[in-house]
Design a protein around this ligand. Structure first.
Ligand SMILES: Cc1cc2nc3c(=O)[nH]c(=O)nc-3n(C[C@H](O)[C@H](O)[C@H](O)COP(=O)(O)OP(=O)(O)OC[C@H]3O[C@@H](n4cnc5c(N)ncnc54)[C@H](O)[C@@H]3O)c2cc1C
Length: 432
């Protein structure tokens, strides 16, 4: 909307940096901007941070480590990703790393994740406003003047000089008129309703080779069970007797993926997802040794969305950048995470062979709007490239880069497009 349309909406406050969304990207961005001394507010629709990592119960931090069997527990992603991991470990909220193909992952406890985020935000000096949804923006030429936010108290404006869209779905970019894309020709990855099971004999339950579990599922599907996904992840959580189950594949009748920007699709997905959880629970208990006495203790707060809108950025992470492990002098994040694309044909996996690729700053900077930046799963990327770059460690890294870029862009009175990326890289401990 323009300034005259927003005339009757009260101004709640004004800050220097407004971060919309409190997933891994938003937490990192708000901490970075606040640590740089900027008056920063993070607005989040739920009552906690973490986004898909907590509400979606993604369950594990991917992207922390190198790729290649002998290197799979060597940390590659440092900076804020390493810092957050460190705090999770200190509080007992991270399990020992476990293998994931050629690389490694760390299962985390969602409650501890939320607590670490609260504390790091608090210590940084960033303010938080939970239970508040960003619904629109007020434009002033090619810049955003204020975000329109709504909560139980009504509809308000929050004015800011720089905006970080960390909604995961590029909601703010979309409202501001940034061109967005939606997967490959409109086809995004399948959603998952993640769940945890308690009462598990974990050493037995997690010892089965994934290919064997896949065979058991294939044999059971259609023979008394409905199990649309065959390749599933059963991961020991940091809590005793508990396994994180990333097992369901939720899609619309006919096989089309959910569109996370449509409440109708999400509603369908929540209900279908919960039903599917019960079906996998029954299968695991009946057919997988170690789960005999197990029960679902909870599901994600919401259906897990891997992908929706992505921005059209000044630069773009191309599929070949990942396939060919390309490096960039303008990199703000490294990744050795595989391409892990969940879709109608199952899960497409491509591992980097003892190498990593770079995510360039320009993939975070949207076209058209001078004082807006994004990161995480909304960055500008081709479909398969995003299926790698979307994971938590890289969301932390790109989010932190976005938050610090907000500071530099304010200091130098420049649009995000003209931020000195060499200085940014030195400030975000890129090389550490
Ligand atoms: C089922 C599933 C399993 C996954 N497994 C893993 C895994 O094992 N390891 C891994 O590293 N990654 C995994 N991922 C990916 C990872 O969790 C996400 O890609 C990552 O959380 C994205 O971070 P983000 O901050 O960019 O977006 P999100 O996590 O989506 O965060 C966006 C935040 O913004 C808030 N928000 C959205 N819209 C608004 C609005 N309009 N106003 C205010 N707030 C808003 C949301 O509530 C949320 O907190 C998985 C994802 C899914 C769905």
């Amino acid at each position: 909307m323009n300034a005259s349309e927003s005339r009757d909406i009260p101004l709640a406050c004004e800050v220097e940096v407004l971060v919309l969304g409190g997933g891994p990207t938003g937490v990192a961005a708000a901490v970075a901007a606040a640590r740089a001394g900027r008056r920063t507010l993070l607005v989040e629709r739920y009552g906690f941070c973490g986004g898909m990592a907590t509400a979606g119960m993604s369950g594990a931090i991917c992207g922390l480590f190198a790729s290649g069997r002998e290197h799979r527990y060597e940390q590659l992603a440092h900076g804020f990703a390493g810092e957050f991991y460190h705090h999770l470990k200190l509080r007992g909220g991270a399990a020992q790393p476990v293998p994931f193909g050629e690389t490694g992952i760390v299962v985390h406890d969602p409650l501890v994740w939320k607590e670490v985020a609260d504390d790091l935000l608090g210590e940084s000096g960033a303010s938080i406003l939970y239970h508040t949804l960003a619904t629109d923006v007020v434009m002033d030429g090619d810049a955003i003047k204020a975000a329109v936010v709504e909560n139980k108290g009504g509809r308000f404006l929050v004015g800011a000089s720089r905006f970080v869209d960390a909604t995961g779905d590029a909601d703010v970019c979309f409202r501001a008129g940034v061109p967005t894309a939606f997967g490959r020709d409109g086809v995004v990855q399948y959603a998952t309703m993640a769940f945890r099971m308690s009462g598990v004999d974990v050493p037995r339950a997690c010892a089965h080779p994934p290919a064997l579990v896949e065979e058991w599922i294939a044999a059971a599907d259609g023979a008394g069970y409905v199990l649309p996904r065959k390749h599933i992840y059963l991961l020991a959580s940091p809590r005793p007797g508990e396994v994180l189950c990333n097992a369901t594949a939720v899609f619309k009748p006919g096989g089309a993926p959910l569109d996370a920007t449509r409440a109708e699709d999400l509603t369908f997905g929540e209900i279908a997802g919960r039903r599917q959880v019960r079906e996998y629970e029954r299968f695991l208990r009946d057919r997988v040794p170690g789960f005999e006495k197990a029960f679902v203790n909870d599901t994600g707060v919401q259906i897990g969305i891997r992908q929706s809108r992505t921005i059209t950025g000044l630069g773009r992470l191309a599929n070949d950048d990942v396939f060919k492990a390309r490096k960039s002098a303008r990199s703000v994040a490294k990744s050795a995470w595989c391409i892990e694309a969940h879709g109608a044909d199952g899960i497409f996996l491509f591992y980097l062979d003892n190498d990593y690729y770079d995510i360039p700053y320009d993939a975070l900077v949207p076209e058209r709007v001078a004082n807006l930046i994004t990161g995480g799963r909304a960055l500008s990327a081709e479909h398969e490239a995003l299926a790698s770059a979307r994971v938590t460690a890289q969301c932390f890294l790109t989010g932190y880069a976005a938050g610090h870029a907000a500071h530099l862009s304010l200091r130098d009175r420049k649009p995000f497009a003209d931020v000195d990326v060499t200085e940014l890289r030195s400030r975000i401990e890129y090389a550490v």
